[in-house]
Design a protein. Structure first.
Length: 76
């Protein structure tokens, strides 16, 4: 079962309460999304570490309920 935009945003905000999350359905199919996540928690971390934080917030749903997520991270 695919995840919707609000579910993805909810998981990210649960892990990073200060995050500003912008999500777009890239293909209109509920399986291919892009997310821009801005958080102070990214401060001092590499892009790889930042992306891992976002993936970890999804609690194993990447590749299962969530097929594809392009991530862009920013420090606030």
């Amino acid at each position: 079962m695919a995840m919707d935009l609000k579910e993805i945003e909810s998981f990210i905000k649960e892990a990073m309460p200060d995050a500003i999350v912008e999500i777009h359905d890239l293909a209109g199919d509920g399986n291919h999304y892009s997310a821009t996540v801005t958080s102070s928690q990214f401060s001092g971390k590499s892009k790889i570490e930042q992306h891992k934080m976002v993936y970890n917030s999804l609690k194993g749903r990447m590749g299962n309920e969530l097929h594809a997520l392009a991530i862009k991270t920013k420090e606030s």
